[in-house]
Design a protein around this ligand. Structure first.
Ligand code: PMP
Length: 406
């Protein structure tokens, strides 16, 4: 078995740390850091803005990265914009040229991250639209009869491909097909799915799809937003400024007509280079069995946690992303996370930017263990020992956190 952990300088510098928070942000392999450093040393300048050699090199590096990132999801580079984050991409999608009428509907699911709720909520408030929510089963984590929610007034389906709380993957190909047959725009949040689920936008048949580099072992500060040409060509950019204009006077301006119109201002070229390198590395690991490796660890972790009666496991998906989440009636999630952190186990606890999901299921905050290629089986054993210690300590001393804190 390949030792992927050795690819991460983070691990070499922090060998004692068990990093179980890859669903929030992945650590970056050396090849990603090398690619970015190489770019900064040899090619760095402002892309799309100069004729001198370095400016041309920066432009080339940026556009090569666009081509590479687009290929990862089966898209053409001409339909892929870089944004600062998945959050920025989802906000941008609210400007889609749709002839909204009061009472029209936007459909989301109960599993959405706040980033795919708040922008639609604001649009709905502004235009008197209705936000409808597809329920999600607390037993399986699956959407419940999603097609029923696509009605005659539905104009947009904005939905996550994988839950950041459970890792359960939604079957979006059939849902997108049903939506498109009714003329509904389909926007996919692939932030959690991208590192673990093969994505092909043509096969999915979606209108737009977004994912962040930092969840596929790349840097923070950059994400990809694929859009079908009919969507982006009629959609106004949210940010306006340099680099996206044909002509500007004090009274009017004419924007460029390519996908770069969504990238006003100086682009984050080194991050784009890192994004591209991360996807090269990720695909190599996938070809070498990374998916099986992570799924195996996930199943072992689930089996071990199921042996602990104080813990209630959230649903998981054998074909989903490698997340295991649980809560306890006996122990507060933040107490467990804190005591794990004191033993060098990095996990996340709370509502995971999915407060409505936990309300929907009427459960308190959860502890999430999310696996990435920085983790080994031996580290999971260490985690279980640390968890047992934390629970024993809390049983003895009582809670550290007030019980109503999320
Ligand atoms: N959607 C999902 C499902 C996520 O997990 C996240 C990140 N936690 C986001 C959107 C937002 O991504 P970013 O923070 O990179 O904008």
């Amino acid at each position: 078995m390949h030792n992927w952990q050795a690819d991460f300088p983070f691990h070499q510098h922090h060998p004692q740390l068990v990093y179980l928070d890859s669903a929030a942000t992945c650590q970056q392999p050396q090849v990603v850091l090398d690619a970015m450093q190489d770019y900064v040393i040899h090619q760095h300048a402002n892309a799309h803005r100069g004729a001198h050699g370095r400016a041309r090199a920066a432009t080339q590096a940026y556009e090569d990265a666009r081509t590479r990132v687009a290929a990862f999801i089966g898209a053409d580079a001409s339909n892929l914009a870089f944004t600062a984050s998945t959050t920025a991409a989802l906000n941008q999608l609210t400007t889609a040229a749709i002839d909204w009428q009061a009472g029209d509907e936007i459909v989301i699911s109960a599993s959405e991250h706040h980033a795919n709720i708040l922008p639609w909520q604001r649009l709905a408030e502004r235009l008197a639209l209705t936000l409808r929510v597809i329920p999600v089963s607390s037993g399986t984590g699956q959407l419940i009869e999603p097609e029923q929610y696509l009605g005659p007034r539905t104009r947009v389906l904005a939905i996550t491909m994988a839950s950041n709380v459970t890792g359960v993957v939604n079957d979006l190909a059939s849902l997108c097909k049903a939506a498109r047959a009714k003329g509904i725009r389909t926007f996919i949040d692939a932030a959690q799915a991208a590192a673990h689920v093969p994505i092909n936008v043509a096969e999915l048949g979606c209108d737009a799809l977004a994912f962040s580099a930092h969840k596929v072992y790349g840097p923070t500060g950059i994400a990809a937003l694929y859009m079908r040409p009919e969507l982006w060509q009629t959609m106004p950019p949210q940010n306006l400024g340099g680099g996206i204009v044909e002509t500007v006077t004090f009274t009017s301006s004419e924007l460029i007509s390519s996908i770069q119109k969504f990238e006003a201002g100086t682009p984050n070229v080194s991050a784009a280079v890192g994004f591209s390198a991360a996807l090269d590395w990720l695909q190599q690991t996938q070809q070498a069995g990374a998916g099986r490796y992570l799924r195996n660890l996930q199943q072992k972790l689930i089996a071990a946690l199921q042996q602990r009666p104080q813990l209630e496991l959230l649903p998981s998906d054998p074909n989903g992303t490698p997340i295991v989440s649980f809560y306890s009636q006996a122990f507060h999630c933040h107490d467990l996370a804190l005591l794990l952190a004191e033993q060098d186990i990095a996990v996340r606890a709370g509502h995971h930017c999915a407060q409505p999901l936990l309300q929907h299921w009427q459960i308190p905050g959860v502890v999430r263990l999310s696996l990435g290629l920085t983790v080994t089986e031996q580290q999971l054993t260490q985690t279980l020992v640390a968890l047992d210690k934390a629970m024993a300590l809390l049983a003895e001393t009582g809670p550290l956190t007030e019980s109503d804190e999320a």
